[in-house]
Design a protein around this ligand. Structure first.
Ligand code: DGP
Length: 107
């Protein structure tokens, strides 16, 4: 399987991790949509958030607690979290990931 996020989580592509825990890593999005735009990614491969919830629910718990920790570290007053599911919704990498966005106003 040729999955870019599997390569990143395994350290095969050098990437600065802003968070690393037992099940989850976080790194900056290549194409940021806000001053702070991080991706929180489970180390295990699941295609989307629903599959992750079924296969490794503890990773989902860690994703949201890491998001809260990172928001504090990045001094975000508030933040937006997004899971895209399916190409029609804008998902382009089919390894589950949460977008954490902050540092600007959102409508
Ligand atoms: P989505 O469209 O929801 O599947 O989000 C995928 C995001 O991943 C998109 O905002 C760009 C980002 N991205 C894709 N490839 C890479 C990469 O190699 N490194 C990093 N840091 N981000 C990537």
């Amino acid at each position: 399987m040729n999955c870019i996020f599997c390569k990143i989580t395994k350290g095969e592509i050098p990437t600065n991790f802003h968070y690393e825990g037992e099940r989850v890593i976080a790194f900056a999005d290549l194409n940021p949509q806000a001053p702070t735009h991080l991706l929180l990614v489970p180390k295990s491969h699941y295609e989307n958030a629903a599959e992750l919830a079924k296969g490794d629910p503890n990773a989902l718990v860690e994703i949201f607690s890491a998001a809260e920790q990172l928001a504090r570290e990045f001094n975000l007053e508030g933040y937006r979290t997004v899971f895209n599911t399916g190409a029609a919704a804008g998902q382009s990498v089919f390894h589950a990931h949460l977008h954490l966005l902050g540092g600007r106003a959102f409508s």
